[in-house]
Write a protein that binds this ligand. Structure first.
Ligand SMILES: Nc1ncnc2c1ncn2[C@@H]1O[C@H](COP(=O)(O)OP(=O)(O)OP(=O)(O)O)[C@@H](O)[C@H]1O
Ligand SMILES: [Mg+2]
Length: 344
């Protein structure tokens, strides 16, 4: 079902993306060490990742890192790894007898403390005994206290573990680049080559075809006008189109669906407010059409009623860019732009 809101995991439910999928499968076949799937939120990274893993017919572990916060602990990381390892029974077989690994039925426990604990390089070296893909969803979340240790392990595997392919996704593309540090001489991964697959929005034609096919599957017909409006408002972002399909089926009211989408986006923006209120202020100014540095600066100063240092402002703007929220003083997601105007 095209409008199923969970990330897709079978090729028949994956609309379009043939080129991206075949590029990933080819890179896996060639045993490329590092492949990146990049794109803004809701653009379909996890779906493509799932389908590529399945279609590759290679053993894999799939680690969902989304829930790691900025100061994640070793325990939280190992729990995420354990969950990812438990998905694949064959991989569990390969881990038997490894120090710090306990297999109970279909689940694995990893020990991260004490003398008989498991280290990440040991885990990777064992996985390397068989051809395995290490899939890390939202890999930029690995930034933080263990960042260097993880990068060293990946760099070691990159150089020596010929049977491993790392397949990473990132919605905060700039942060993922920063984490990997491929262009940063002080990073263990400096100078390593990665295959990059960038996911783009669907064109108008593709978006309308996607919606028509989806509505057809659930047996309702929707006017061309509504489909076009959905494309305009959701800007060809497949996750929003899927959301729209579902909600429109329930509500049959465009305005209402848009309102629900905006409130979802508002909840996500609230996370930025936790870092600093300034992020909201800067986004508000950008939403109002202030499209260069000095316009944003004077807008922020006007709202805050005080001057703001250039370095602080450039830090905020740069972070918003690296998080994949803005580019060239424009919003990357039109629903975020609508949502920001609802903030005080
Ligand atoms: N090619 C596709 N065909 C059909 N549905 C898709 C496709 N790509 C994504 N979707 C749908 O769009 C939504 C978002 O997809 P997905 O979770 O894969 O995106 P994502 O980029 O990983 O999002 P996030 O950044 O939030 O993790 C889901 O409902 C998914 O089912
Ligand atoms: Mg995802």
């Amino acid at each position: 079902m095209l409008f199923d809101e969970r990330p897709k995991d079978s090729k028949k439910d994956l609309f379009d993306r043939e080129n991206e999928l075949s590029e990933i499968l080819k890179s896996i076949k060639e045993s490329r060490p590092l492949i990146l799937i990049l794109g803004i939120r809701r653009i379909g990274k996890t779906s493509l990742l799932n389908v590529a893993l399945k279609e590759s017919k290679v053993n894999y572990i799939l680690v969902d890192l989304r829930s790691l916060d900025r100061n994640y602990s070793r325990g939280e990381l190992y729990n995420a790894l354990a969950k990812g390892l438990s998905l694949n029974k064959r991989v569990l077989e390969f881990l038997k007898g490894l120090r710090g690994v306990k297999i109970i039925g279909n689940e694995v426990e990893l020990r991260w403390k004490g003398r008989d604990s498991l280290s990440i390089p040991e885990l990777l070296d064992r996985l390397n005994d068989n051809r395995t893909i290490i899939a890390l969803d939202e890999a930029q979340k690995l930034r933080g206290p263990l960042s260097n240790e993880i990068k060293e392990a990946i760099a070691h595997a990159y150089d020596y573990d010929r049977n491993l392919t790392f397949l990473l996704t990132g919605s905060e593309v700039g942060l993922l680049y920063n984490f990997l540090g491929i262009e940063d001489p002080s990073s263990p991964l400096y100078g390593r080559y990665s295959v990059e697959v960038k996911l783009e929005r669907f064109t108008k034609e593709k978006s309308i075809e996607f919606l028509e096919k989806g509505f057809d599957e659930i047996g309702i017909s929707v006017s061309e006008e509504v489909l076009e409006e959905a494309y305009e408002k959701f800007d060809g972002i497949v996750g929003w189109l899927t959301f729209f399909g579902n909600e429109y089926y329930r509500e049959r009211d465009f305005k209402r669906v848009l309102k629900i989408a905006v409130s979802l986006a508002s909840d996500e923006i609230k996370n930025l407010e936790k870092i600093s209120k300034r992020y909201i202020t800067v986004l508000k100014c950008i939403a109002q059409g202030n499209d260069n540095w000095s316009k944003v600066k004077s807008c922020v100063e006007k709202i805050e009623g005080s001057s703001i240092s250039s370095s602080i402002l450039s830090n905020v703007i740069n972070n918003l860019k690296e998080m994949g929220i803005i580019e060239n003083y424009q919003f990357l997601d039109p629903i975020y732009k609508l949502a920001i105007s609802g903030f005080e």
